[in-house]
Design a binder for this molecule. Structure first.
Ligand code: FES
Ligand code: FE2
Length: 358
């Protein structure tokens, strides 16, 4: 079914106001955050340090000492306070200044006047999320994304790659059903000649849309690995979180992809895969390799695309294969408008069926 005009011409630049505020962004896999260490990550042009305090809670602070601006990442974190490497000022995980070593006996200082900016963080399913509001005091009004409940016995792997492209192109690449046979063609996945006609039902869901549960195409060899007759459901939500849930008999596989802008032209893509089948676990190194190859194929194609995009050509999005990409742009516009107008977000995605060949 067509939705709106069948060609939508996209303006030359998608980099102005490239990322939304007021949403949870994937920051890093939780395993990368060891106790008493700090991990620097740049998100939306802000240099941040992530840490985990002695209670295990993750935190994120601006990576800049409010004294003389040296990045805090060069300092130390003992599980309780971050100490700057230059003059030893100490900060609590919530950003409060707690100590200035140079203060002499009797020198009063109002510690409440200095603070490092921080943002709310959550850990869920082995992932660390950060809520980037308009300022550090904005609190999230909804929870960070979670994977569906797949019970207590599962295994997981993680992969992080930097895509040298704007957020929008990384996200649109992620939800684009038509590139598979061309970008991901290989003997072990699917031959490039095997395009089938697909018809999939979509429904609006929280901050995005869901391709409702259906049998995946029989031309994907990877699905055969899970055995039985697998069914999958794929959901997307702003700012760029895709969760695919495959059920095959009593077994389940979930893949979560979180797309996070580093800056206007660089994007972090994190992927986590969870599975319940014990027989897949010895294959972990192979799965990690497949995951990395797959994501690398997506990265390589957008890297080539950037060469063309430096000329700012108009882009034409067609029905129905690009309809999810059109929805993404609509969702972004509506989210930004609703926030600016201080009203509730109204999901613009219709309940519909899309058809394409891939
Ligand atoms: S610059 Fe950080 S304590 Fe002086
Ligand atoms: Fe892809």
């Amino acid at each position: 079914m067509s939705t709106g005009s069948d060609i939508e011409t996209l303006g030359p630049s998608t980099t102005a106001d490239y990322a939304l505020r007021g949403l949870w962004y994937y920051a890093l896999p939780a395993g990368a955050l060891k106790p008493r260490s700090m991990v620097p990550v740049t998100i939306m042009g802000e240099d941040l340090i992530f840490g985990r305090d002695d209670t295990g809670a993750p935190f994120a602070l601006n990576d800049s000492c409010p004294h003389r601006g040296i990045p805090l990442r060069f300092g130390r974190f003992d599980g309780k306070t971050v100490q700057c490497c230059y003059h030893g000022w100490r900060f609590a995980p919530d950003g409060r200044l707690t100590e200035i070593p140079s203060l002499a006996e009797g020198q009063a200082f109002d510690y409440g006047r200095v603070r490092v900016a921080g943002y709310p963080c959550r850990e869920a399913d082995g992932n660390i999320w950060i809520f980037l509001g308009n300022d550090r005091d904005e609190m999230p009004d909804r929870d960070a994304p979670r994977i569906p409940d797949i019970g207590a016995n599962f295994h997981r792997i993680f992969e992080t790659q930097v895509f040298p492209c704007p957020l929008d192109h990384a996200v649109m690449g992620l939800m684009d059903p038509a590139h598979g046979p061309f970008v991901h063609a290989s003997w072990w996945w699917r031959p490039s000649t095997s395009a089938h006609e697909k018809a999939k039902h979509f429904a609006p869901s929280e901050l995005g849309f869901t391709m409702t549960r259906h049998k995946p195409s029989s031309n994907s060899r990877l699905y055969k690995l899970v055995g039985g007759a697998p069914e999958t459901e794929i959901s997307f939500r702003l700012p760029g979180v895709r969760i695919e849930h495959i059920r095959a008999g009593r077994h389940q596989v979930v893949s979560l992809t979180g797309v996070t802008p580093i800056g206007p032209k660089e994007t972090l893509v994190n992927q986590a895969i969870y599975w319940t089948m014990p027989f897949l676990t010895p294959l972990r190194p192979v799965l990690a390799r497949v995951m990395s190859t797959f994501l690398g194929q997506d990265r390589d194609v957008v890297t080539k695309q950037q060469i063309g995009l430096t000329r700012n050509p108009p882009l034409r999005l067609i029905d129905d294969a690009d309809t999810p990409a059109k929805w993404y742009l609509k969702l972004k516009r509506e989210f930004a408008r609703a926030r600016a107008e201080g009203r509730d977000f109204v999901n613009p995605v219709p309940d519909t069926t899309l058809r394409w060949k891939s």
